[in-house]
Ligand binder design. Structure first.
Ligand SMILES: Nc1ncnc2c1ncn2[C@@H]1O[C@H](COP(=O)(O)OP(=O)(O)OP(=O)(O)O)[C@@H](O)[C@H]1O
Ligand SMILES: [Mg+2]
Length: 377
């Protein structure tokens, strides 16, 4: 049985799961890494905000921001015996930003940046900061070249491609002309307060001061002044991560659900990835409803009584969902062609332990097939 995922693994050293919020990116990332290790390719999965029980199952909770090998006993308890080691980590956004500053800012600026309130907001809340640091981590892990396969999970984003733009957004923010025009000359002259208030008539100055207060403004000014020491390294890295994303040995696994709104998002995302010259190995359509088997319909039909009617109603609703999913699959197949689809069923329970992750991998590997409904269009 051919499997686009197996093919992608054979030809890639970085796999990135992407897609809209809640579709199963983290689950599929863990699944890819486990499968690789089981097949004899050492793997490392960098997860972002995994469901608590999955983190637990992978032994991630105790790790902080560090990579660690999943112990043989953990696999053993799930009845698994990988042929190569599997490593995992849970990316801590704030810690990773702090590490970056510690490593890259000039020594006299480090503390100033770390203690600055704008930095603290930037490193946790500014749009794109999660995505940026995820891309930084990917670059760093890839540079280390310790893992034959690196699987990178991406954060849930309102706009699916935020992580591609993140490095540029950070640069735009740092290059913000208005802020520079307002703050830098005053700072360079060493008399921030005076000069700023000399701009008294300026609409921008008045507005900013009113909204933020002078002390905050001073913090912003300090931040801009100190963080510019990092701008060049941000710029260089933005460039490098983009080339890594576009490298022939990097592949994207686009994860989606089969329902109409998810399909539209996935198609849009697929188009953007292609426009950005990024290779999409497969679209994983996750959580597909299977149609009710004939045997179950027969069984319910024999029940009689009021329960029969109620159960038949439930089965009907399930079949409607299955048919809707089948239409979604058909649309994806059409609109994402020639990218292959890989279908994963909706399991009764969440995918929260290694056994369930392994079971999921059988669908990615083409060993198990989803029983999808037929469409009647
Ligand atoms: N095929 C499936 N069947 C049943 N449950 C699933 C399936 N795939 C994923 N799940 C469950 O759905 C939940 C969301 O999955 P996951 O955390 O992987 O999504 P995500 O795309 O990473 O979300 P976020 O965008 O919030 O990061 C988890 O509890 C996971 O166990
Ligand atoms: Mg996730």
């Amino acid at each position: 049985m051919s499997s686009p995922i197996r093919d992608a693994m054979a030809t890639s050293d970085v796999l990135i799961t992407v897609g809209s919020g809640g579709v199963g990116k983290t689950t599929i990332a863990a699944t890819l890494a486990l499968r690789a290790a089981m097949e004899g390719t050492g793997s490392m999965v960098c997860t972002i905000d995994p469901a608590k029980r999955l983190a637990n199952a992978l032994g991630l909770e105790a790790l902080g921001n560090k990579e660690a090998r999943i112990p043989d006993e953990t696999f053993g308890a799930a009845g698994l015996l990988p042929r190569a080691p599997m490593y995992a980590m849970m990316l801590d956004i704030k810690r990773s930003w702090d590490d970056l500053v510690e490593r890259r800012a000039p020594p006299d600026k480090r503390e100033k940046i770390l203690n600055n309130r704008f930095y603290q907001a930037l490193s946790t809340a500014l749009a794109g900061s999660q995505e940026y640091i995820a891309m930084e981590k990917m670059w760093e892990l890839h540079e280390q070249a310790k893992y034959p396969l690196l699987v990178v999970d991406t954060p849930p984003t309102a706009h699916a491609l935020d992580f591609l733009d993140a490095p540029n957004r950070i640069l735009d923010f740092l290059d913000n002309d208005a802020a520079k025009w307002l703050l830098t000359p005053a700072l360079a002259a060493g008399k921030f307060g005076l000069k700023l208030f000399n701009l008294g008539g300026s609409y921008v100055a008045k507005t900013i001061a009113r909204f933020t207060g002078t002390e905050t403004l001073q913090q912003l000014a300090d931040f801009m002044l100190n963080i510019t020491s990092l701008t060049d390294s941000f710029r260089e890295r933005a460039h490098q991560t983009r080339s890594l994303l576009q490298a022939p040995s990097t592949a994207f696994v686009l994860v989606t659900g089969p329902m109409p709104e998810r399909v539209d998002e996935a198609v849009y995302f697929h188009t953007l990835l292609q426009q950005n010259k990024m290779r999409v190995a497969a679209v994983v359509v996750n959580r597909i409803h299977a149609p009710v088997p004939d045997a179950l319909w027969d069984e319910v039909a024999r029940m009689g009584g009021p329960l029969q009617a109620r159960l038949e109603q439930t089965l009907k609703e399930n079949d409607l969902l299955a048919t809707q999913d089948a239409r979604g699959i058909e649309r994806l197949r059409e609109l994402c062609a020639p990218t292959p689809l890989v279908l994963v069923p909706r399991f009764e329970l969440d995918v929260h332990d290694l056994k369930a992750v392994w079971e999921t991998s059988r669908y990615l590997w083409g060993e198990a097939q989803v029983d999808a409904a037929k469409t009647t269009r």
